[in-house]
Design a binder for this molecule. Structure first.
Ligand code: COA
Length: 317
């Protein structure tokens, strides 16, 4: 009983849609430049009333309802975010309170930037194995619009806000995870610090080079650990940073592009939220079918990278 299966998902998106044309009225950019370089057409930004925690609570509530579980059955709550509204209470503690999760169970936030959701899932599995419990609630949630310099066209066109949530079950099942980190503030940095809040800054070309090396490496590592091949996978759900990063990796892997889910055109890069938002869309659209195998691959600030391979089971399987 050492692997994790995905049994239910939930999602929440902010109310405000921001198109590329909207951004072109703020900075010197164009829909054509953004679509060509990134594949992004629009993103969602939080309103004044919304933040990473309100989105996380909505997504987590939906995932719990769809799982058919009671709050008492949730063994731990781990939220991946780098843009929570407060250092404390953590987003996870706010989710615990809102959903009435048991108080004798851990709730904590994990910051591994865009690798955060896979990191948080690995942490949740470790907590279940250490403390007991069968089900974990894992959320990825971001309000990156609060961390962006809206006068910097090289970053403000890339990021968006959102949340996705997943319920995992500990089970005898093929499962693999790989996590890594290389501390560096040279190519991607920003967010709250002691002096206040610094906007996200990035060396786009260096991030691109890092991403196209990390993504295939993580995918191969989880395939090797489980003895599976890319052909055995039904889906590869990557961090939705940029369509060109995916194109580059698909070509390098000689892979079927249809296996690589994409939704950055509608959401932009939502960091830790991007993989669970994608999983939730796939489940809602009927693209995720019980029994399917999928790999989830994250990469980003830190630098961090992370991959996992698991089975989708659905709530009633
Ligand atoms: N609109 C129009 N022009 C822009 C622009 C924008 N939003 N942002 C940058 N430019 C300009 C630059 O100023 C530069 O102009 P110059 O040649 O006159 O100096 C030109 O476009 C090329 O800039 P460059 O940064 O070299 O572009 P690029 O081809 O590397 O594309 C990214 C930029 C950011 C799209 C690309 O580097 C990338 O995808 N990087 C990965 C980013 C990412 O995914 N980060 C998150 C990872 S978790």
């Amino acid at each position: 009983m050492e692997g994790l299966q995905l049994i239910a998902t939930g999602g929440a998106q902010p109310s405000r849609v921001v198109t590329n044309d909207d951004l072109s009225r703020i900075v010197d950019t164009s829909d054509e430049w953004i679509v060509t370089r990134t594949g992004i057409r629009q993103r969602y930004f939080c309103s004044d009333e919304e933040n990473a925690a309100t989105l996380a609570i909505a997504a987590a509530r939906q995932a719990l309802e769809r799982s058919g579980l009671s709050p008492e059955q949730i063994g731990c709550c781990v939220c991946a975010t780098l843009s929570g509204p407060n250092a404390t209470p953590s987003v996870a503690c706010q989710v615990q309170r809102a959903l009435g999760l048991p108080e004798n169970r851990p709730a904590l936030d994990v910051n591994a930037a865009c690798s955060g959701f896979v990191y948080a899932t690995a942490v949740a599995r470790g907590l279940l194995l250490t403390l007991g419990g069968k089900y974990a609630l894992v959320v990825g949630c971001e309000a990156l619009s609060r961390l962006m310099d809206m006068t910097d066209r090289s970053t403000c066109v890339l990021f968006g806000d959102g949340a996705g949530a997943a319920i995992f079950r500990l089970a005898d099942t093929p499962f693999a995870a790989t996590l890594g980190a290389r501390g560096s503030d040279a190519i991607l940095t920003g967010g709250p610090n002691r002096a206040g809040s610094a906007p996200i800054q990035m060396d786009g070309r260096a991030v691109f080079r890092f991403a196209v090396e990390a993504l295939p490496r993580c995918l191969h590592e989880v395939l090797d650990q489980t003895g599976k091949t890319l052909e055995d996978l039904d889906w590869v759900v990557c961090h939705q940073a940029n369509g060109r990063i995916l194109d580059h990796c698909i070509k390098h892997l000689n892979a079927d592009p249809a296996k690589f889910y994409r939704n950055m055109d509608r959401h932009g890069n939502t960091s830790a939220a991007s993989i669970p938002v994608a999983l939730n869309e796939m489940a809602e659209n009927g693209q995720l079918v019980p029994g399917q195998y999928l790999a989830c691959i994250g990469f980003g600030g830190g630098l961090t990278w992370a991959g996992m391979l698991l089975q989708y089971k659905g709530a009633n399987q």
